[in-house]
Design a protein around this ligand. Sequence first.
Ligand SMILES: Nc1ncnc2c1ncn2[C@@H]1O[C@H](COP(=O)(O)OP(=O)(O)OP(=O)(O)O)[C@@H](O)[C@H]1O
Ligand SMILES: [Mg+2]
Length: 234
Amino acid sequence: MAETGATGGEALIEARGLVKRFVTARSRITILDGADLFLEPGETLAVVGASGIGKSTLLHILGTLDRPEDGRLRIAGRAVEGLKAEALARLRNEKIGFVFQFHHLLPEFDALENAMMPCLIFGMPRRQAETAAADILARVGLSRRLRHRVVDLSGGEQQRVALARALVMHPPLLLADEPTGNLDKRNSQQVHELLAELNTDLGMAMVVVTHNPDLAALMARRATLVDGRLAPVE
Ligand SMILES: Nc1ncnc2c1ncn2[C@@H]1O[C@H](COP(=O)(O)OP(=O)(O)OP(=O)(O)O)[C@@H](O)[C@H]1O
Ligand SMILES: [Mg+2]
């Protein structure tokens, strides 16, 4: 397996019995109710389905950005529940690239600075981080926007910067929430090609939430949430 690949044959994601409820003053809804998910290194999965069924919630839990009420989650062989904040942050930084549904970029920073942030957090020298960020920004078609502040970029460009930030460390696992949601057809296709390439060339595994049938078709498996559990769809 390539540089981003397997960790001694362990599953990259091993989630068992995830439970997540949201309780508000007016309602109590169960979004995940015993959801299981396994993903091997290099495997790809699309999560599809209607708005509000819990796709983003699931992805945030898999990305260790939110915690389930119950269930167990191992990422690259490490039990997430037992990790202290610092170890969890390191696991996220080294193993997971996350593309949010709403990109969460730093608006006053430029494209290059946003994309290189994970490298700086990792402790990479600034020069090297800049080179890595410039490379990946070029791959998403933004080599002429490196020094544009995020606020001066179009919605689709912002989404591509967010994708670059998720990919810059070449994580073994990419979790992407509607990565082409704001993109036109041409740019969507470009992102699809990039994702396919990252999977074949680097063995990058991915869980992609999408309403785009072309992107869903590109993943090896497709699943949706039914009664709080993952169920395969064709
Ligand atoms: N913090 C919260 N408090 C209360 N309810 C929440 C919270 N976060 C999400 N929900 C509810 O949980 C449900 C699932 O939300 P989620 O964002 O996971 O849906 P989704 O499948 O990603 O939808 P979309 O396709 O519109 O992005 C929704 O009904 C939402 O209103
Ligand atoms: Mg969502």
